[in-house]
Design a protein around this ligand. Structure first.
Ligand code: BMA
Length: 870
């Protein structure tokens, strides 16, 4: 769909409400956000359209289409992406603005292929949704218009290419569009294995006019450099100067650190970047930014004041944070490979978290509150890191500011995923500009700890995903190196030396580099990071997991809750085998895989009432997912301090995936709309700073104490129930930042010790305690058999009582595994869930996210436990 932008005559004004940092006196700004007119190619549709926005949301708001997420609408509305669309607005500019020497038209983001014209004359052409476009509109710079939809454009580019750049099309089950790798646009917008195909078009970010006489400052980006005896701050001032040569001075102040310095300034005409190094006064302590769980996130205000002659001043305020980050790849004692971990402020940090995908198909519908809620949910689940995955979009500024404030480390991919890419010159030019702009925009955020070239493209080449014949392989490897190494990496190193760069994920890192950037086996657990998925192997068997240095992706699918699905479906859709269930499932065989994995350990739902059975099936997929990801994550966390068979020293666990783009089955732990799945409650526990992890090793039951704390602890494992008594391990020194074996006993002996216990009638619960009897971390448990084979799980009588607002009290007459509270549509989350309840009462708090009442919660609340499903 062509996104052709036509602007009217320069007259009149509306005031701008958005501006990043700067400027006084020098710049006049008019926002062109608001109502534009949108028209399709043959003029049969003409409607008001909000900017920022996109064609789909404009059609939705004007009632031309229903909710695109409703039932099968994603396919029904495929026509939108095949048409060409024109956005038009008319505005007037006040005379004082017209009197300025320069008038610039600034588009924060255009999605994607468009020609921009002003008063009928083309002023620019766009082909990359990740770019900000700035056009000097005093003179005309006509371009030929490319009138095509993103889908048609991608097809034409592929057609015109001298050789095939795979994949051509997504798997059929995704019902998506082809050749997305030819267009610099959100790659998942043509469909993904968790998302619909909505190839959007539109002005997805703001539009404004800027006018100035002498100088336009467009960014300042402080960059922190530690040096041996202190800290220095590099402040970059990017300016566009109209006057001949501008001289003056610039004062940089960090009042919180008693630091101020004035620099002589000489600005040359045109667009330049000027760097000033401020040496921070370190006579007092500089407080460091730490990842969540390791310390606070203090910031210092920084002000810039420029004086460029009488009456010509500018000021800017921003925040700076101090931290260092290194990606450590060095020999590991007793192991043939290299380590792979992040050292922040000199401290090795185990990364705990997940992968972030686009939160909506229509970026203009992403709300700040939604972004905040997801990030707060991540931190509430004890995460300290998120990977912004390369098939989506570079996130909005707010995302990174919140990550700074919350202590979330960001592994930032560049937006290339699961494909090979073309490298002809116009494509590369566009990519180079994208990298430059994004690095400049984001590099002042302490949260961003890594740049990474792409998602899975090294492994796609190495393991030949696309069946490239041997003799042609060098051509594709050459393209790969050209794109990610010779261009992206080179640019990143030029723009930002303050954080590490990786070419791909997964990768062997330095070892991949030595093999010409494409390793024979990028999944080698002894190097770099790994992605590991197996849906058919029993996820309770930890020996199946790679003992990797760093797990940057792993996961299992589940379905979202009934209340989430209900919003986009009708009663006839509520069956596991029906068309709706297969339509929403974009991962081939996904529904079958979920039930097969669940069937290994749980009874599958067999209620005669179809709706009850459907709801139980959704529930059982969440149970399966939560328990599988728990098993895998606990394996990674307990592997942090040991090397077994040359493998180990795992220092990261980022499961796939945090959030959803729509209401459908996926690997997420949070549903579209923000509701936590069972997995997210589990994550809160399995990512706890101190955690007991239990597993069977041969004939023995083993418990490790995992600690992310800086302090050492003296702990015992309290294992229960054995003969109705607690069994204590001897006190063991658990060092900070380590995983320490603390308990080992043959399972047989444990069972003998408890009288009539068998694997089927008994499970082990345990927690950690210090010598004052204080508990450290959450309790944990270990199943000695599958719940499916367990004896004596009775139908629990779970009664719910409320009192004191949102506190729910549950009572159970017997042990009830996987108790699940669901508050339906009431937005909020439970404080902590007792998933394994003994016959005692338990209080669970509910944290509402909006106005609600205890009565409303009471009406919505349902309780399910494993025994209910069979
Ligand atoms: C990965 C990701 C995504 C995908 C996920 C689940 O490898 O990078 O491409 O959605 O697996 O299949």
């Amino acid at each position: 769909m062509l996104c052709k932008v036509t602007l009217g005559v320069l007259k009149g004004a509306s005031k701008l409400n958005v501006l990043l940092l700067l400027l006084l006196l020098l710049l006049t700004i008019i926002s062109l956000n608001g109502k534009w007119t949108l028209e399709n190619s043959n003029g049969t549709l003409s409607l008001p359209a909000e900017v920022p926005g996109c064609v789909h949301t404009a059609l939705l708001k004007q009632g031309y289409i229903q909710d695109p997420y409703y039932r099968f609408n994603d396919v029904a509305y495929g026509w939108i992406a095949l048409d060409n669309w024109t956005y038009t607005t008319t505005f007037t500019v006040p005379s004082d603005m017209r009197a300025k020497q320069r008038v610039m038209l600034v588009f924060e983001g255009i999605d994607t292929i468009s020609t921009v014209s002003l008063n009928g004359a083309a002023v620019g052409r766009t082909d990359n949704m990740f770019l900000q476009y700035v056009r000097w509109v005093n003179s005309h710079d006509p371009h030929e218009a490319v009138h095509t939809s993103p889908v048609r454009y991608a097809a034409q580019r592929s057609e015109a290419h001298s050789y095939r750049v795979p994949p051509d099309c997504p798997p059929e089950v995704q019902q998506g569009q082809c050749h997305v790798n030819y267009i610099r646009k959100e790659q998942s917008s043509f469909s993904w294995d968790w998302g619909p195909s909505f190839p959007t078009a539109g002005l997805w970010k703001g539009v404004r006019l800027e006018a100035y006489d002498v100088l336009r400052c467009f960014t300042t980006s402080p960059d922190i450099h530690p040096f041996t005896s202190g800290w220095s701050l590099q402040v970059e001032l990017q300016v566009e100067v109209v006057a001949e040569v501008t001289r003056g001075q610039l004062t940089l102040s960090l009042p919180g650190l008693d630091t101020q310095q004035t620099f002589p300034v000489q600005l040359l005409p045109g667009r330049t970047r000027n760097t000033y190094t401020l040496h921070v006064n370190t006579s007092g302590p500089v407080e460091l930014w730490w990842p969540s769980g390791h310390g606070d996130q203090p910031s210092y205000p920084l002000t810039l004041q420029g004086v460029l002659g009488p009456g010509l001043t500018f000021t800017a305020d921003t925040k700076v944070y101090f931290r260092t980050v290194e990606l450590v790849q060095e020999p590991v004692p007793g192991s043939p490979g290299l380590s792979f971990y992040f050292r922040v402020n000199g401290k090795a940090v185990f990364m705990k978290g997940s992968n972030w995908i686009p939160t909506h198909s229509f970026q203009d519908l992403v709300s700040p509150a939604g972004v905040r809620s997801l990030l707060e949910s991540a931190v509430a689940a004890n995460m300290n890191a998120l990977r912004v995955w390369g098939g989506g979009v570079y996130q909005q500024d707010l995302f990174y500011s919140l990550c700074d404030e919350l202590g979330v480390m960001v592994w930032q991919d560049f937006m290339f995923a699961c494909a090979l890419y073309p490298t002809e010159e116009d494509f590369m030019d566009s990519v180079r500009e994208e990298v430059r702009q994004q690095v400049r925009r984001l590099k002042s955020h302490p949260s961003v700890v890594l740049w990474s070239g792409n998602n899975e493209n090294e492994v796609a080449l190495a393991t030949n995903w696309f069946g490239i014949p041997g003799p042609e392989r060098p051509l594709y490897v050459k393209d790969y190196v050209k794109l990610y190494v010779d261009n992206i990496r080179a640019l990143v190193l030029e723009e930002d030396q303050s954080r590490p760069f990786l070419a791909s994920s997964p990768t062997n890192g330095l070892a991949s580099e030595r093999q010409g950037w494409v390793a024979d086996d990028p999944y080698d657990p002894r190097y770099g990071d790994t992605h590991y998925y197996s849906y058919s192997r029993d996820c309770w068997d930890w020996s199946a997991f790679p003992r990797t240095r760093f797990a940057s992706e792993y996961g299992f699918q589940s379905w979202p809750s009934f209340s989430t699905l209900q919003k986009v479906s009708v009663p006839e859709d509520w069956s596991w085998d029906g068309p709706f269930s297969s339509h929403r499932q974009h991962h081939a065989e996904g529904n079958r895989q979920m039930l097969e994995q669940a069937g290994l350990h749980y009874h599958l739902p067999n209620a005669t009432d179809p709706l009850r059975r459907y709801k139980h099936t959704l529930y059982i997929t969440q149970v399966m997912q939560a328990q599988c990801v728990k098993a895998q994550t606990e394996f990674y966390r307990r592997s942090r301090s040991e090397v077994v068979g040359g493998k180990g020293h795992t220092m990261g666990a980022l499961y796939w995936q945090l959030n959803d783009i729509w209401q459908a089955p996926s690997w997420s732990s949070i549903e579209f709309g923000g509701k936590w799945k069972m997995l997210h409650y589990f994550a809160q526990r399995f990512f706890a700073p101190v955690l007991p992890v239990g597993f069977e090793d041969g004939v023995s039951m083993v418990i490790y104490a995992v600690s992310d704390l800086s302090v050492d602890l003296n702990l015992t494992a309290q294992v229960w129930p054995v003969n109705n008594q607690t069994l204590s391990s001897p006190a063991t020194l658990v060092r900070g930042n380590s995983a320490t074996p603390i308990f080992r006993q043959p399972v047989d002996a444990l069972l003998k010790g408890c009288g009539n216990c068998t694997r089927r009638s008994c499970l082990l619960a345990f927690h950690l305690e210090d010598n004052h009897g204080a508990r450290w971390g959450p309790g944990n448990h270990h199943f000695l058999c599958s719940p499916r084979d367990a004896e004596g799980i009775e139908a629990p009588h779970i009664t719910v009582r409320y009192w004191r607002g949102y506190t729910v009290t549950l009572r159970s007459t017997s042990v009830a595994p996987f108790v699940w509270l669901d508050a339906g549509d009431v937005p909020g989350r439970f404080g902590s869930n007792g998933f394994l309840m003994a016959s005692r009462s338990q209080e669970v708090g509910f944290v509402p996210w909006g106005p609600t009442s205890a009565e409303e919660l009471g009406r919505a609340l349902t309780v399910t436990s494993l025994r209910d499903v069979y």
